[in-house]
Ligand binder design. Structure first.
Ligand SMILES: CC(C)(COP(=O)(O)OP(=O)(O)OC[C@H]1O[C@@H](n2cnc3c(N)ncnc32)[C@H](O)[C@@H]1OP(=O)(O)O)[C@@H](O)C(=O)NCCC(=O)NCCS
Length: 180
């Protein structure tokens, strides 16, 4: 299979439907944890929903609409990462991510995001990478801050999370600012 080895323990793969069973179980076990900051949990009811999600992601990759990746830690699926939008006209990639609760706190996401940024600048000829985080999502904000992104301001009521709207901080990193 297609993998990018990030460290001895961490690797990423392109999303393929064969991961549906393991990814669905991980999603189910982390439903409440993820629901705090992600809006799509109520759309995932069973493995077939995850299967459809993975097929959709693969088709986006084929059309260069995104770079969806599955994150593996010590051989097990730990989370998901993506250029969930690529603005080809302006050379801007937007990164989104989640990591299961048990895998938090090891620097896994910071390291795979670093690799994805590299891919964006080197392979997709981007000139800028953006990460949008809910203002109160401190662990998520720590990732772009750790990687030298600039805080470019706040968009009000940028996302609906079930029964509430949250503001987003926009973080941006220009090609010349990237230190890998
Ligand atoms: C946001 C999210 C990915 C952050 O996960 P995380 O584990 O805190 O991030 P990382 O994997 O980069 O780990 C960073 C932590 O590991 C530590 N760490 C250890 N080794 C490290 C390394 N080599 N490099 C960087 N950090 C390292 C850091 O100090 C930090 O610990 P701290 O939180 O105690 O300061 C995760 O909480 C999550 O998925 N939440 C739910 C969904 C979500 O919010 N998605 C984002 C929507 S915008």
């Amino acid at each position: 299979m297609f993998f990018r080895q990030i460290t001895t323990d961490i690797k990423v793969s392109i999303t393929i439907p064969q991961y549906a069973e393991e990814l669905y179980k991980l999603t189910e076990n982390n439903r409440e944890f993820l629901k705090k900051w992600l809006p799509w949990l109520d759309n995932i009811h069973n493995q077939d929903d995850t299967n459809k999600f993975l097929q959709h992601q693969l088709s986006r990759f084929q059309k260069s609409e995104g770079v969806p990746e599955i994150i593996f830690y010590k051989g097990k699926i730990a989370g998901v990462l993506d250029f969930n939008k690529i603005d080809h006209a302006n050379g801007i990639g937007h990164i989104g991510y989640w990591l299961a609760k048990d895998y938090n706190g090891h620097g896994i996401m910071t390291q795979v995001v670093t690799d994805l940024i590299k891919l964006g600048f080197e392979y997709y000829s981007m000139q800028k990478v953006e990460i949008h985080c809910a203002v109160k999502n401190i662990p998520s904000r720590a990732i772009p801050e750790r990687l030298g992104f600039k805080n470019e301001g706040v968009i009000r009521q940028a996302e609906k999370l079930y029964d509430r709207y949250v503001d987003h901080v926009v973080y941006g990193l220009l090609r010349d600012e990237f230190k890998c």
